[in-house]
Design a protein around this ligand. Structure first.
Ligand code: ADP
Ligand code: MG
Length: 704
């Protein structure tokens, strides 16, 4: 096993390093200052309790009537003595040991049996669930502490019986919690898959459901241990737990009660200890809960911010202001990204992104998700942003409206010009006004972005009324018109439908209707058709294309599929490792790209009627964006790589026609890639251009 471990270690050192860069659970707990304080207090208390046998303590049960009720700090008795002359410090430490032991044991027992019942009931469902849950309900019908008292009354007083009683009354708590989660999990696809693979129910419970439930068990446990220690102390206080002369915190408190007025410290000392233990455990429990939630782990919810954080030193000193109208200004090379577009050359851009740099700060590492992106989109124009998964397309799109979660996201630099206004400098108020108003988003998965519990009509009405002072009735009329506009049949009826009642295509139409609700000037569509099947995809694309032409809306269309790009985009920007590597008019990019990466992406698109054409995936993997190599980021995967590709910055330069590429050895028109992963199957290395997959979609669009 160690051999194998060593092998993987040497094989994937970077992977190991990466794992370490994600904060560990302990690091996250310690990062939470209150939890760290709790952990510190509890560690001291537990260490003292564990060390009780070896500490130079007096016998906790040895009475010394001559020396009774000695005050604090008296000779030989740091915390004084109790009514029978027993050393308080010794009793406190031994008593804490007993209380912690009983409290933790009771919690573990309750967690074990409660979770087991919850798992079985939730997974089995049906009658087993009914019977188990009604029994649990029966237990929950009794007031909690009375039930514990009744159990001890039956079993007889004593520490072990108190432990059982506390454990039993806490079983329902775990059972209910865990059952609820298990019911949800038992119907998930990965559990179905496990069933299909032939696993038995016990193995599914153990290997598929248990790991998903474990964080909840740990969280519930960490937040209930404190309670259980308190309850154990309560039973002992009433004389039903620890029996004299044995000390535990509850019985010490009980002893102190009798001399409350003459010697208050005797009850204060154990009381304070109970307080410290319970508070510290609760603080740790909160810390554990935060740390184990995967969303908190990535930092997304740690301090949810309205807007992506902007780095203070965002502006580079030599930067000039954003040109309000023309294509001029800024830094010359990159500025021209897309300016050569004949159709839209004279119009002022709707969106002009310059040198956008968005970073993710993960532990000590900085990932440059976008490393200086330049984009320009003019009214009525559709820019296709293409690239492999992880190339930074979504981060680019989300940065525009400050939607990248912070932490860990930071906009480290660049300018985001929206109709001449720098959004990086705009106020939060202004951003809120623009979001869903002049700039709207359509995302990949409408099931995730639509509210599951409101009918779609209400959601569109809400989107309208967030930006327009319309009465509810007017907004409803408008919502119905929007549903008509996106060709949803029976719009009036569909207004009342819940998202899950609609098919994927209809849902995406609803998202588009919502995006159109406030007559946006820019629609950012992030893989809006990726989750749809091809025929529905074609319809949605056609719809989007028609709508933007009718309304002269600019569209930033993100996709990883060149087949889709050819349907809708006027211009294409190809992204790799956080940077634009090639841009130009769609026709030109598709027929004679200059950058080898673009060529490879295009070669990945299947062609109807050419089944013998071999589809080669682009070999290799993109580099990690925290340690980009010098020179071209694509060099390691490029068949045309030469020595100069690996040195120095490679600018985005004019190549031919409208094409600009970040490449020192670009392809000439008609040239196919030699060696490795190219269109070997296509005859004579003839460069291949993806045909519009859905005849008519493009032709229709070009008419106006
Ligand atoms: P895509 O091109 O597939 O849309 P993304 O823009 O989503 O890619 O991601 C670009 C890079 O940013 C990826 O390396 C991804 O791991 C990283 N990234 C995206 N979102 C986050 C996040 N919330 N936290 C940390 N890293 C992120
Ligand atoms: Mg994406």
């Amino acid at each position: 096993m160690t051999g194998a471990a060593a092998a993987t270690q040497s094989a994937a050192p970077s992977q190991q390093r990466q794992r370490r860069e994600r904060p560990s659970t302990l690091a996250l707990i310690l990062n939470n200052r209150l939890a760290a304080v709790g952990l510190g207090i509890l560690a001291v208390v537990v260490l003292a309790a564990l060390a009780a046998p070896i500490l130079p303590l007096a016998d906790p049960d040895a009475t010394d009537p001559a020396n009774r009720l000695a005050p604090l700090f008296s000779a030989g008795h740091l915390l004084g003595t109790d009514a029978l002359g027993r050393d308080m410090l010794s009793r406190l430490i031994w008593g804490t040991r007993v209380s912690l032991l009983v409290g933790f044991s009771a919690s573990l027992i309750a967690a074990f049996f409660g979770s087991a019942i919850g798992l079985v009931a939730g997974y089995a469902g049906g009658r087993a669930d009914q019977v188990l849950m009604r029994l649990i309900d029966l237990m929950m019908a009794f007031p909690y502490i009375l039930l514990a008292l009744a159990i001890v009354a039956i079993l007889g007083p004593g520490l072990i019986n108190a432990l059982y009683a506390i454990a039993i009354v806490n079983v329902p708590f775990f059972a209910r919690n865990i059952r609820g989660i298990t019911v949800g999990l038992a119907r998930r696809e990965f559990v179905d898959a496990a069933r299909l693979s032939g696993k038995g129910p016990l193995r599914i419970l153990w290997s598929d459901i248990m790991p998903n439930v474990l964080p909840t068990i740990v969280i519930t446990l960490s937040t209930t241990v404190g309670w259980m220690i308190l309850e154990t102390a309560g039973l002992s206080f009433l004389g039903l737990g620890a029996q004299p002369p044995q000390a535990d915190l509850g019985s010490m408190l009980g002893d102190g009660r009798k001399v409350m007025f003459t010697a208050p410290t005797i009850s204060l000392v154990p009381g304070l200890m109970i307080f410290l233990i319970v508070v510290s455990i609760n603080l740790i429990g909160d810390g554990i809960r935060d740390a184990l939630d995967p969303r908190l782990r990535s930092g997304a919810l740690a301090r949810p911010s309205f807007r992506t954080r902007m780095a203070k030193d965002r502006r580079r000193p030599q930067e000039e202001p954003i040109p309000a109208d023309t294509s001029g200004g800024g830094h010359p090379g990159a500025d021209r990204a897309g300016w050569n577009n004949e159709d839209h050359r004279d119009e002022a851009p709707i969106l002009a992104v310059r040198d956008l740099r968005t970073d993710f700060h993960m532990g000590s590492e900085i990932y440059h998700a976008t490393g200086g992106v330049d984009l320009v989109i003019r009214p009525g124009e559709c820019l296709g942003l293409v690239g492999e998964s992880g190339s930074g397309k979504s981060v680019t799109a989300m940065s525009i409206m400050g939607l990248v979660p912070s932490p860990p996201g930071v906009i480290a630099g660049g300018r985001i010009g929206f109709k001449g206004e720098d959004l990086a400098e705009a106020s939060d108020r202004r951003i809120r006004q623009l979001r869903g108003g002049a700039v709207s988003h359509v995302f990949q998965d409408p099931l995730a972005t639509l509210h599951p519990l409101f009918c779609v009509g209400d959601q569109i009405v809400e989107a309208i009324r967030a930006h327009q002072p319309l009465s509810r009735r007017d907004a409803e009329t408008k919502a119905r018109e929007l549903l008509d506009l996106v060709r949803i049949p029976n719009a009036a009826q569909r207004m009342k439908a819940l998202p899950h009642e609609l098919s994927g295509g209809l849902r995406q139409r609803v998202s588009i209707a919502m995006a159109l609700a406030n007559d946006p000037e820019l629609i950012i569509a992030d893989e809006p058709t990726t989750a749809l099947d091809v025929t529905v995809q074609a319809e949605v694309l056609r719809l989007l294309d028609e709508l933007r032409r009718e309304r002269n809306t600019a569209v930033l269309f993100i996709t990883h599929d060149f087949g889709v790009v050819s349907e809708i985009a006027d211009r294409v920007a190809v992204m790799y490792a956080g940077r634009i590597v090639e841009t130009g008019r769609t026709e030109e990019i598709l027929t004679q790209p200059a950058h080898p990466y673009t060529r490879m992406l295009i070669d990945c698109v299947p062609v109807m009627g050419e089944p013998e054409r071999r589809l080669d995936a682009v070999p290799g993997r993109p580099p990690a964006v925290n340690r980009l190599p010098p020179g071209c980021a694509f060099a390691d995967r490029c068949p045309r790589v030469e020595a100069d590709c690996r040195t120095g910055e490679i600018p985005l330069e004019d190549k031919r026609g409208s094409l600009q590429a970040r490449c020192l050895h670009p392809l000439s028109p008609g040239e196919a890639l030699s060696g490795g992963a190219t269109s070997k199957g296509s005859q004579g290395g003839k460069p291949h251009r993806p045909e519009p997959r859905y005849p008519g979609a493009h032709a229709q669009g070009t008419s106006p």
